[in-house]
Design a protein around this ligand. Structure first.
Ligand SMILES: Cc1cc2nc3c(=O)[nH]c(=O)nc-3n(C[C@H](O)[C@H](O)[C@H](O)COP(=O)(O)OP(=O)(O)OC[C@H]3O[C@@H](n4cnc5c(N)ncnc54)[C@H](O)[C@@H]3O)c2cc1C
Length: 379
């Protein structure tokens, strides 16, 4: 493990996920020397050809336009998804349609065409140095910490596979298959991902994965060739401060995530760009993310607490409501947008939501160690 003290004016970024690479791209574009340290030998190692959705409902502006406006590459394979099918616990189907793409399906991991590979190529083209196999446990001087999740508030477990299925997406809302979450099946260009995304009862994950596969075989004619087990964790938290030892924390390292359903990529990229701006312009990072991200984080906490109270009956209401709205993107825009209801329900929701990020072993008051989980709990 490296223990880094900086003697030069390079900005060191720990972690080459979307948050760290967005930081590096923004800094390098502004002419700063950047060194990115990635513990694994490749980018996207924890995702390996995972398919994910780059959500397109939190802004009116298309997410690809939004990325370009931030100066972030869109040179990755992205399938616009307008139409899919959601199912309730009784197997009833609900069309999910939107005029504009609801989300773009992207691949994660090191392969060509993936989001991670494109971000890496852009960072390098702008002059950032990326050191693989470089695990940091401490950082001195000027740096940004973007090391991904530190605890599991949710897990998504299932398989990656090859398939002859057509491209598309399928969702299942059933607490017996994905407790307090949802199961999903994504297919793009002969590759697929099927997962149970659960927010409770992690110990019985194998059972839920089995049920997820069986359900999609029945409901969507799932066909897996050469399935490989895959899973990951998500860490959701609204921190008091996203500074540790004076370093900005970007992405899931800070707990920045969509607490409702785990659409964390845009939070990761936005916070990466903000962390870079705070370094470049000497602006208080906490002030930046609080202005840009806090209302969305808070709305997602309120939505999570409400969703957890839904149960299978409530999911039916939600699925019907999105169908009746006629446009799933507009519906999710309404659901995710912070507003009066968020402010009204926030104190109630805060009292009921608690991130699992908690390390009772640590009693440091103001430590700088990357692994420490002692930062203030949800405010
Ligand atoms: C199974 C699964 C499915 C998901 N699906 C979606 C989806 O459909 N849509 C969506 O928007 N989001 C999705 N997410 C969430 C999304 O992937 C994350 O929010 C996003 O990747 C967070 O980016 P990050 O840069 O903060 O962290 P990461 O992507 O985790 O990157 C952190 C990097 O830091 C490196 N690192 C860790 N420790 C060290 C160290 N000490 N030194 C150096 N490097 C280190 C890691 O190896 C890693 O490469 C999903 C997550 C999972 C697990």
């Amino acid at each position: 493990m490296a223990h880094l003290h900086l003697t030069q004016d390079a900005v060191h970024v720990a972690g080459a996920g979307p948050a760290g690479l967005a930081t590096a791209i923004t800094l390098a574009r502004a002419g700063r020397r950047v060194v990115v340290h990635e513990a694994h030998p490749t980018v996207g190692a924890r995702f390996r050809r995972d398919l994910q959705g780059l959500e397109n409902w939190t802004t009116d502006e298309d997410v690809l336009e939004w990325l370009r406006r931030l100066g972030i590459t869109t040179a990755f394979a992205a399938r616009p998804c307008h139409a899919g099918t959601a199912f309730d616990a009784r197997g009833r189907a609900y069309a999910v349609r939107s005029r504009l793409p609801l989300f773009y399906m992207v691949e994660r991991g090191p392969d060509p065409g993936s989001l991670d590979a494109a971000l890496l190529a852009q960072a390098r083209a702008l002059g950032a140095e990326v050191r693989f196999g470089s695990r940091l446990d401490r950082l001195g001087g000027v740096g940004v910490l973007a090391l991904g999740p530190r605890a599991a508030d949710a897990i998504a477990v299932g398989y990656h596979f090859d398939t002859t299925m057509r491209d598309g997406f399928w969702i299942l809302c059933d607490d017996d298959v994905a407790p307090k979450g949802y199961a999903y099946l994504l297919v793009m260009n002969g590759r697929g991902t099927v997962k149970s995304c659960m927010f409770a009862d992690f110990k019985r994950e194998s059972l839920y994965v089995e049920r997820t596969v069986a359900a999609f075989e029945r409901l969507a004619d799932l066909k897996m060739v050469a399935p490989q087990r895959h899973g990951g964790v998500g860490n959701f938290r609204v921190p008091d401060s996203a500074l540790s030892g004076g370093h900005p924390l970007a992405g899931e390292q800070a707990g920045f995530q969509d607490t409702l359903w785990g659409f964390g990529m845009r939070f990761a990229i936005t916070s990466g760009v903000l962390a870079a701006r705070s370094v470049l312009e000497g602006i208080d990072y906490d002030a930046l993310w609080r202005r840009e991200l806090m209302p969305w984080l808070q709305a997602s906490v309120v939505n999570r607490v409400l969703y957890e109270r839904c149960g299978n009956g409530g999911y039916v209401w939600l699925l019907r409501a999105q169908r009746s709205s006629g446009d799933a993107r507009r519906f999710l825009r309404w659901l995710y947008r912070p507003g009066f209801a968020t402010r009204l329900l926030l104190p109630w929701a805060r009292a009921r939501y608690r991130s699992r990020r908690h390390d009772l072993a640590c009693n440091h008051a103001d430590c700088t160690c990357i692994w420490c989980r002692c930062r203030d709990e949800y405010a």
